[in-house]
Ligand binder design. Structure first.
Ligand code: PBG
Length: 314
């Protein structure tokens, strides 16, 4: 009957240090750019980004994952692996500003290619193995910039092994790989693609991302990444795929992450803005459900707001 007793026997806990805030960084010095489909989330220039890092570290958030939006895009994603690329500069700013905040980088090409695909395109198709060579360069450039973890989200086959080999050869044998291992071809990424300007110019991502209907294949993809040397796995999106998360929890011992993606964020946000649901309670409930299903770590656009709510409680 009492909250004290309920708290005593509660099975699942949610804390700020398990949350990762995704951040979008852009070139130039301008003000924060709002993202229409993600109210409350903004694209940040590097000086705004530095301010944000201080604030997030002060709130005790576990880490950040960085997405770069470069000025220059080409067919082969050259701007994804420049030493002075947008993400590479952001990483070194973040590590200087808050050395104890975990900085994860998203390793993918879609924000850097003119066609918006996650790999090199030939005859209208993504060429898997040639893409791996570029992903290796991207991961190594993030490592050189000082990233704590690299997170490949491209869904090419064999990328974890390829990136592991490249990191080892470049002198980063201790750098962990968080693999987006069960990543579905999801309509819930829509707002992200607005934010990151990474909508494919033609076709879609169904040739390499998972069919939402496939459970066994999702588990197999993740277990393959374990065999290739992944240090952490991820299920993405989160709430529609809790069954996958739960199964992976029982099938492997690696730390598991889940990504509450842009569409999951904006559904809650839009309903809250209309006064149709209690935002804080819905966020706490969804994040708790994701933890209950088996996630150790949650990537969520609500990380900062959750941390602020927690602060107001104490
Ligand atoms: C690929 C990437 C995507 C997201 C994270 N990394 C988009 C995609 O696969 O199309 C989506 C995240 C979100 O929707 O919040 N670089």
């Amino acid at each position: 009957m009492t909250e004290a007793l309920r708290r005593l026997v509660r099975e699942t806990h949610l804390s700020v240090e398990q949350l990762i805030q995704p951040l979008f960084v852009v070139e130039g010095k301008g003000p924060r750019q709002p993202i229409a489909s993600m109210p409350g989330i903004e694209r940040l220039s590097l000086d705004e980004f530095e301010r944000e890092i201080h604030e997030l570290a002060g709130l005790g958030i576990g880490g950040v994952i960085l997405f770069g939006i470069p000025d220059q895009k080409d067919e082969v994603a050259t701007s994804a692996y420049l030493d002075d690329g947008i993400v590479q500069r952001a990483v070194s700013i973040a590590k200087k500003a808050a050395p104890n905040l975990v900085v994860i980088t998203d390793v993918c090409l879609c924000e850097y290619t003119s066609h918006g695909h996650c790999g090199i395109v030939r005859d209208g198709k993504i060429v898997n193995d040639q893409t791996l060579e570029i992903l290796q360069k991207v991961a190594v450039s993030h490592a050189r910039a000082g990233a704590d973890v690299v997170a490949p989200s491209d869904m090419m086959d064999g990328r974890v092994a390829a990136i592991r080999a490249a990191l080892d050869a470049a002198g980063f044998p201790d750098l962990p790989i968080l693999s987006y291992s069960s990543k579905f071809a999801s309509a819930f990424y829509g707002p992200f693609r607005d934010a990151a300007q990474s909508t494919p110019a033609f076709g879609d991502r169904r040739s390499h991302q998972l069919d939402p209907a496939n459970f066994r294949e999702a588990i197999r993809e993740s277990l393959e990444d374990v065999a290739e040397g992944a240090d952490m796995l991820m299920v993405k999106p989160a709430l529609p795929y809790l069954d996958v998360l739960r199964e992976l929890r029982t099938r492997c011992d690696l730390p598991l992450a889940a990504y509450q993606v842009s569409g999951e964020y904006c559904m809650i946000k839009a309903a809250a803005m209309h006064g149709w649901m209690d935002e804080q309670r819905v966020v706490e409930e969804t994040l708790t459900a994701i933890r209950r299903a088996g996630a150790d770590v949650i990537l969520t656009y609500y990380a900062k707001q959750f941390a602020q709510w927690q602060q107001n409680k104490t």
